[in-house]
Design a protein around this ligand. Structure first.
Ligand code: ASP
Length: 438
């Protein structure tokens, strides 16, 4: 390893109670290079339980309405007291609880409230490990517009972390130019982990969660799908876009810029190698497809017009109608005299007629229709570029399953093939493709 530095981020389920905390401490202590730790707030301990972040939002909302928060705040404080006692730590957070409660009562802000979940978790971890505590409010910055300021953060954080051999940096939040607290969107501790990994130039960013990595397909659809050992950032983006989520989408960029691999690991099964997310996977040639993901809920606008292909600007005019409505399109398969635009059905709500009327007025098509109930499935794998017959195998498998394909889209980069089917064929299609390749 070049720098012998690992940044380790632990998700809420890994920190849900003292038992989970104990696993986390063991994982960190098992490897000297796990020098920087980014915790989420305690998550659910059992089905039906509530995440501390949700409790904090609820409690703050009560305070904003001027109601008493005694009971709700106690519930939150007790989550932390149970962890401290369960670990047998000589630590009291009572002063912190009181300060935070007063801040709630004096309306310190909803983001401030939510951020305390990670903050308190970080204090416990730092005490248990004997690591320094770095408050992200002092090193992670948002601009006046509320957008994360990656460059300023990187300069300041890099400089500060050089003074800390080992540190805990709570996830999920930073500060605004006026020093108020601002959080990322939900699940944003993943982003903090990536930011810290970039700043300390880590060899790897380990993201510890409750699954042993990315799976090749959704386990609710395919029984026992294989784990993906290695995946590139680009493949990951394709699969996440189509619904396969383990990581916050915005967490890839900081480490991608720095070329740092992400390793998804399972706190409940630490010996499993998990999934490695890397920049380039060209040496792994035997693998043709990396994963399959998909989503329901798409609609196709089909437009026909004789001699469409010679009418300059036709496509632009159609897309302009959608743009004016604030609708972005997903795919655009076309024929000589036909054009199909695939969009999320939710974006059409209440605007179907208007869109048809406007396209008719501007483009004068011979025919136009909108059909909903389409599911899209992405077969992703950079190995498809160099392998003949992949498309044939995908379509053969779907045909053998007696499923009718409604749309096909494959870009020339050949990272993925997108297939549209009727929504009721969604699961069958994924299973057919998976069984063909795995
Ligand atoms: N605690 C925050 C949430 O529940 C952030 C995170 O867990 O990453 O969304």
């Amino acid at each position: 390893m070049a720098n012998n530095i690992k940044v380790v981020k632990f998700g809420g389920s890994s920190l849900a109670d003292a038992g989970q905390f104990a696993k986390v401490l063991e994982i960190i202590r098992a490897d000297e290079s796990r020098r920087y730790v980014v915790p989420s707030a305690p998550g659910k301990r059992f089905a039906g339980d509530r995440k501390v972040t949700d409790l904090l939002y609820g409690c703050y909302d009560l305070a904003s309405d001027g109601e008493s928060i005694d009971k709700e705040f106690e519930e939150i404080a007790n989550r932390y007291r149970d962890i401290i006692n369960g670990l047998g730590l000589n630590l009291s957070l009572e002063d912190e609880f009181e300060r935070i409660k007063q801040a709630f009562i004096h309306h310190a802000g909803r983001d401030y409230a939510a951020s305390r979940g990670e903050y308190l978790c970080g204090l416990i971890l730092a005490a248990a490990l004997g690591y320094d505590f770095v408050d992200p409010a002092t090193v992670i910055f948002f601009g006046d517009n509320g957008v994360f300021d990656g460059e300023r953060t990187n300069v300041v954080l890099r400089c500060l972390m050089a003074d800390h051999e080992r540190a805990v940096v709570p996830g999920f939040y930073g500060s605004m130019p006026n020093d108020t607290i601002k959080t990322f969107s939900r699940g944003g501790s993943d982003i903090t982990g990536a930011i810290v990994a970039r700043a300390v130039n880590a060899d790897v960013y380990e993201n510890w969660t409750d699954v042993s990595g990315f799976l090749m397909a959704d386990p609710r659809i395919v029984e026992n799908p294989k784990r993906i050992d290695r995946i590139t950032y680009r493949e990951l983006r394709e699969l996440s876009y189509m619904g396969a989520t383990v990581l916050h989408e915005d967490s890839v960029l900081p480490v991608r810029i720095a070329g740092i691999p992400i390793n998804i690991r399972n706190t409940n099964d630490p010996s499993a190698p998990g999934t490695m997310i890397v920049a380039d996977d060209s040496h792994d040639c035997d693998k043709i497809i990396t994963g399959i993901a998909g989503k329901r809920g798409f609609s196709v606008i089909t437009i026909e017009k004789d001699l469409m292909n010679s009418e300059l600007g036709f496509g632009r005019r159609v897309l302009e109608v959608l743009e004016k409505q604030g609708i972005s399109f997903e795919h655009l398969p076309s024929g000589i005299d036909t054009m199909s635009v695939i969009i999320a059905s939710s974006t059409l709500e209440g605007r179907r007629e208007k869109i048809i009327d406007e396209i008719c007025a501007i483009c004068r098509p011979d025919n136009i229709s909108i059909e909903s109930g389409i599911a899209l499935i992405a077969v992703v794998g950079h190995g498809m570029v160099s392998t003949k017959g992949t498309a044939a195998r995908v379509f053969g498998a779907i045909s053998k399953a007696d499923i009718n394909i409604r749309m096909i889209d494959q870009g020339s980069c050949e990272l993925n093939i997108i297939i549209g089917v009727n929504e009721n064929d969604f699961e069958g299609t994924i299973r057919a493709i998976y069984n063909e390749f795995v």
